[in-house]
Design a protein around this ligand. Structure first.
Ligand SMILES: [Zn+2]
Length: 193
């Protein structure tokens, strides 16, 4: 995670189906992700609203606008941790073409890190048009989530990946990033030959 880009969240209370009655911890807007301390996280509810308004000591921090997409992912999946990262590889591959709506991978051993028993599967990760209107994104993105694939890409922006716990979410981020780098190198080799 470079500079202040991206955000990390962890669900801290039970999710009641289809409701916003749950809470999660998320990194505060504008904090350097290489220097995070516990003071750089805040608690928000299932609508992405800061739950600590009465605590004046914490009024200096606010959730990122991207909190709404974290909330939408919690509502539509079994995730307990959602990580969002901007990397060169995920930004580049998601913006390869304006028409791109998904990326597929198959036959690679690394796919087992997404929970599959064999390399012999085809996975498809949705690629969604980026928008500065996070309310719109939070409304449209969930319907594009593939239940068996714990990730989605925002075009020219970054990756959201999730898991049952922070370790699993991290493993999924690393797996997707491997796949993106692999595909970019593969495309580069094809261009040269
Ligand atoms: Zn972002």
């Amino acid at each position: 995670m470079l500079g202040t880009a991206g955000n990390l969240s962890i669900r801290i209370s039970e999710l009641k189906a289809q409701s916003s009655e749950f809470k999660f911890l998320i990194t505060a807007s504008g904090r350097d992700k290489g220097e995070l301390t516990e003071d750089d996280f805040l608690i928000v509810d299932g609508n992405g609203c800061h739950c600590e308004d009465s605590d004046s000591a914490r009024n200096d921090i606010k959730p990122s606008a991207e909190t709404l997409l974290h909330a939408a992912i919690y509502k539509h999946t079994n995730a307990n941790a959602v990580f969002h990262v901007h990397t060169t590889n995920n930004t580049l591959i998601s913006a390869l073409s304006p028409q791109l709506s998904a990326l597929s991978f198959n036959g690679l051993e690394i796919l087992k890190a997404l929970g599959f028993k064999t390399h012999d599967v085809k996975i498809t990760i949705p690629v969604i048009d980026n928008s500065q209107d996070m309310k719109h994104l939070a409304k449209t993105a969930p319907s594009l989530i593939n239940e068996s694939i714990p990730g989605l890409l925002l075009k020219g922006h970054g990756l959201y990946a999730w898991g049952n716990n922070p370790s699993e979410a991290k493993r999924h981020v690393e797996t997707f990033e491997f796949l993106f780098e692999y595909r970019l190198k593969e495309l580069s080799l094809k261009t040269k030959s």
